[in-house]
Structure formats: C-alpha cells, structure tokens
Design a protein around this ligand. Sequence first.
Ligand code: IMP
Ligand code: MG
Length: 179
Amino acid sequence: MDQGIEKKFISEQEVQSIVARLGKEITEYYSEKEDLNLLVIGLLRGSFVFMADLIRVIHLPLMVDFMTVSSYGEGTESSGNVKVVMDLDEPVEGKDILMVEDIIDTGNTFNKVIGLIKYRRPRSLNICTFLSKPSRRVVDIPIDFCGMEIPDEFVCGYGLDFAQKYRNLPYVGILQQSD
Ligand code: IMP
Ligand code: MG
C-alpha cells in the first residue's frame, strides 16, 4: 500500500469502469441535442485527473476549460463564501455546459459555482461528479451524472487530495488515522 494509505476504497479498475460508464451516459445524453456546443468545465485542482479521463470517453466534439475557486471561512467545512481565483477563458453564453467536479460533499462550493455559471446564460447546464457524499449535503445539487455515492468518509487519490498530496494515486484510498 502507498505510504499514508490505510486501504483502497475504489480500485484502479473500478475507477476506470465508472469513468467508462459515465462517458457512455454523457455521450448518449448529448448525442440527442441538436446544434450541440459542448463546453466541459472542470473545477481545479481536484477534477483534473477525472476530467482528463472523462473527456476521452465522451465521443462528441467538445471544448474544455477550467476554473479555480476557493471556499473560505472557519473550520474544515466549506462555507459557501466562494472566491473565483482563476476564471474561465471561454465565454459561456449560449453553450451547453457540463460542469465536472471530483466530489460533492456539503454542496456549498458547487452551489455557488452553478450560480456564477447560470448568470452567464448557458444554453444548458448539467453536472457530473466522480463522487458524492449525499449524507453530508447541506444544499441540494441536481447531479445529472454521478460516478459513485459514498458514505461520510474522507477519501483521497484520483485527483482528490489531503493537504495537497495523494492526487496522483490511480485509485481512491482511505487515509491512515494519525493520532
Ligand atoms: P463542498 O463545498 O462541501 O461540497 O466541498 C467540496 C470540496 O471539498 C471538494 O471539491 C473537495 O475539494 C473537498 N472534499 C470534500 N470531501 C472530500 C474528501 O473526502 N476528500 C478530499 N476532498 C474532499
Ligand atoms: Mg475540489
């Protein structure tokens, strides 16, 4: 096992089959849209590994862009006070937007980001997340494509970090308790 990891939670093979399934669902969904103008937007940094794999299994013409937001506030829980650290390069107006996130936890961060994107008048807006912790949700997020629902457990790997580390693991793991 990699250093600091207690156990695997989602193996590399499972990760890849989740991504393949999502790619199929997303391709089928958008294939039915006329005059598709698809822009896939990833939230940095967590989504970059997932997004890199995901776009390669979406078999449609698309553009990609990234956005960095930071959620500031007290404690470990995201507050919903979201600051845009790096904005998109591409205009959103009139486009079919697919937002991609690594994990939706309380939903506070994503809720604010959805608001920002909607304000720019996309033609459509859909949400894809690799992981979701429904038991932690504070605000409702209408997820269209979900990789896997997980219990309230802190996970890392496949883009997800703990103190900026572990993003490079090809699987999702649970950290060793440090006490
Ligand atoms: P939310 O605003 O509470 O939904 O926070 C979502 C963000 O918190 C995600 O984009 C992650 O950056 C981070 N996060 C939440 N749960 C985990 C986890 O289990 N591992 C790593 N990061 C997490
Ligand atoms: Mg994140």
